[in-house]
Design a protein around this ligand. Structure first.
Ligand code: PGA
Length: 254
């Protein structure tokens, strides 16, 4: 079976100003010069930068994504941004259900599913995040939690072409800790099996399942080599073009 094309997406979170363009520019330059990279590469900067990045990166191989969207098309939702607005600004994808949104903003899996559906409505790829807390892992609940989050967050008609799953153990985000390769493999295998049950073999086998949580240039090759890992969602190490490139180049054909 052919493997889906990997995706390496950088989540800048609440970091980045206009001057950060130089990091995106270097990355786009590296990507343009390096034809052997077989992964898709994306940056998800804060919303304030999407329009300028979107314009400046037009025609480049570096894609732009949002970090969150509202479920509705428009209306009285102060501070929110619709998926259509992200698309209009030049985004081709949006992260939904990141654990920081689930925790800081009380987003339920149902809310995440509505956002993923909005992303699809706007023609964006939805990058749906799932992941267990440290307590849930210690209690042996990891697979149940992932299964529940996936069932609640995944739109019924999700397709390989419009949906990406990101497995991000909450305790591994920004901590420098990562699960063992066996643990990553177990969760990704489980997610693939769940997707197969829900969407059928064709869509499930083509859907990218990213690993996220303390991915760095020095551990990326091992993590990306695990079966059913089709790329990475990277936080801290995506802020500097050189670090991010160290992860992206794991997928260099040379
Ligand atoms: P990290 O963040 O790479 O800094 O651990 C990952 C994420 O939150 O997407």
């Amino acid at each position: 079976m052919t493997q889906p094309r990997p995706l390496v997406a950088g989540n800048w979170k609440m970091n980045g100003e206009q001057a950060s363009w130089k990091e995106a520019e270097s990355l786009a330059g590296l990507l343009a010069a390096e034809t052997a990279v077989r992964a898709e590469v994306m940056l998800c900067p804060p919303a304030t930068l999407i329009t300028s990045f979107g314009h400046q990166l037009e025609g480049s191989k570096l894609m732009v994504g949002g970090q969150d969207c509202h479920g509705e098309l428009s209306g009285a939702h102060t501070g929110d941004i619709s998926a259509e607005m992200l698309a209009d600004a030049g985004a081709s994808a949006v992260i939904v259900g990141h654990s920081e949104r689930r925790t800081d903003h009380g987003e339920t899996s149902e809310a995440v599913r509505i956002k993923a559906e909005a992303a699809h409505r706007a023609g964006l790829v939805a990058i749906i995040c799932v992941g267990e807390t440290e307590t849930e892992r210690k209690q042996g609940d990891t697979l149940n939690v992932i299964c529940e989050q996936l069932s609640g967050s995944l739109p019924q008609n999700a397709k390989a072409g419009n949906t990406v799953i990101a497995y991000e153990p909450v305790w591994a985000i920004g901590t420098g800790l990562t699960p063992t390769l066996d643990d990553v493999g177990e969760v990704h295998r489980h997610i693939r099996a769940e997707l197969t049950g829900k969407l059928g073999e064709d869509e499930a086998s083509g859907m990218r399942i990213l690993y996220g949580g303390s991915v760095k240039p020095d551990n990326a090759a091992d993590l990306m080599a695990v079966a059913d890992v089709n790329g990475a969602l990277v936080g801290g190490a995506s802020l500097k073009a050189d670090d991010f490139w160290g992860i992206v180049s794991v997928y260099s054909e040379k």
